[in-house]
Design a protein around this ligand. Structure first.
Ligand code: LLP
Length: 416
């Protein structure tokens, strides 16, 4: 459920007509809905009320300060993968004590920053990372809280680029080797083993792979208990999918209820790292039709947003719904390819979409709140779009449109 709905044929973001936003701030533009973000976060949090829990929003999905701040105000924790993301969390008013630090390539300086900030846990992804963390913590005279990210070898049944829980992936350690690695970690003077972590992939549309992973991780926790290592929290990562097209993913409440049922009365805090299921449907990308160009083979609508603004269709062949901002029935409906101005054949946001279009029309690409702006680039020296957040009947600029001066400032020519 989101707060982008039609009223009398006009698309609204909460209580604001999207056409008004486009007129005020120009296109292309990302538009987020505060109420939708809050609703999605609460769906997770409330479904787990009564249980020890930490919902760590995955910052990578949408790291705008305002997005993080809205969630921090609700008491959210955060899953980060870099010192940059930690800095964002802190500047947005997030609590470092509710932060988990994931990622396969943490640098010593990033570990240091996270230790100084006092993060809740490091999700360690390899044997050698343990050594590095032990050393850095030793230099600071502290003990680093750790979970080992284990790879339970389940097939998440999602796109290969976003599937992470198989043996062949670079993430985590083989669950079979985990008891030995835990024993090593437990013996290191500057580490404190507190949890087990896994993340099996993204955009999962059924609960079964999560439950399979959970069973395997619980068996590991029992084995560790026999070794005298007590695990206090279980981090199941993120990965719950959203409805882009015809998918029918479970609702967050349904998903966490199943996890909680399987956990029973075990004395374990449940940590989750949802990104997409909180942010995706809380955002749209608004774009304008510049030209219509019909050839013998295809009908192209050339729009002002491109693959540099939203790369998911080009990179993963992702399908995202594209709808008119103002519905019209005075022109013939045709199958359009929505293509951008970038000089690549892969520069499209949608293909074969049945739409009634005229030049100047506004379109909204839905489900663009996650992995949208954060993956945008300056390819073709295009300024990245602004990010706007709607809150009831107010629109806030939470990142202004980039300018050419912004883009060119770090560059220089060779000396004369
Ligand atoms: N935790 C870890 C360790 C992760 O690697 C990820 C996502 C998440 C949590 C959040 O997963 P989510 O709940 O959002 O599925 N750019 C791709 C998605 C990449 C996901 C990477 N890891 C896309 O646009 O589909």
């Amino acid at each position: 459920m989101d707060y982008f709905n039609y009223r009398s044929g006009e698309l609204f973001a909460e209580d604001v007509p999207v056409a008004d936003i486009a007129a005020r701030f120009g296109t292309p533009a990302y538009v987020y809905s505060r109420a939708t973000l809050e609703r999605h976060y609460r769906a997770y949090d409330e479904a787990l009320s009564g249980r020890s829990r930490l919902i760590c929003y995955a910052v990578k999905a949408n790291s705008n300060l305002a997005v993080l701040n809205v969630l921090a105000r609700l008491g959210a924790g955060f899953d980060i993968v870099s010192a940059g993301e930690l800095e964002r969390v802190i500047r947005a008013g997030g609590d470092p004590a509710k932060v988990v630090f994931s990622g396969v390539g943490k640098q010593p300086w990033e570990m240091r920053k996270a230790l100084e900030a006092g993060v809740h846990c490091f999700n360690v992804e390899s044997d050698t990372e343990l050594d590095r963390l032990n050393e850095v913590a030793g230099e600071l005279g502290v003990r680093a809280p750790v979970s080992l990210r284990v790879n339970p070898d389940v097939d998440a049944g999602t796109h290969p680029y976003i599937s992470t829980g198989l043996k062949e992936n670079k993430f985590g350690v083989d669950i079979g080797q985990a008891p030995d690695i835990y024993a090593r970690a437990n013996a290191m003077p500057n580490l404190e083993v507190i949890g087990v972590d896994c993340h099996i992939g993204s955009q999962l549309t059924t609960v079964e792979p999560f439950l399979d992973a959970l069973d395997r991780v619980l068996a590991l926790i029992d084995q560790l208990a026999e070794q005298g290592i007590r695990i206090r929290h279980l981090d199941m990562g993120g990965g719950l999918g959203v409805r882009y097209n015809q998918e029918q993913p479970p609702e967050p409440a349904e998903y966490v209820a199943k996890l909680a049922e399987r956990l029973g009365d075990r004395d374990l805090k449940l940590v989750l790292e949802p990104g997409r299921s909180i942010a995706a449907n809380a955002g749209i990308l608004v774009t304008k039709v510049e030209f219509l160009k019909c050839t013998d083979q295809r009908n192209f609508a050339i729009i002002d947003a491109a693959m540099n603004d939203l790369i998911r269709p080009a990179l993963y062949s992702a399908w995202q719904e594209i709808v008119p901002v103002v519905q019209r029935d005075d022109v013939e409906e045709k199958a359009w390819d929505l293509v951008g101005p970038v000089c690549e054949t892969g520069d499209f946001l949608g293909k074969d979409r049945a739409l009634s279009l005229a030049p100047g029309d506004l379109l909204a690409v839905r489900s663009a709140g996650a992995y949208g702006f954060v993956m945008a680039s300056n390819y073709n020296t295009r300024n990245r779009p602004p990010e706007l957040m709607v809150d009831g009947d107010q629109v806030h600029v939470v990142r202004r449109r980039e300018t050419l001066d912004d883009q060119l400032a770090p560059e220089s020519c060779l000396p004369e």
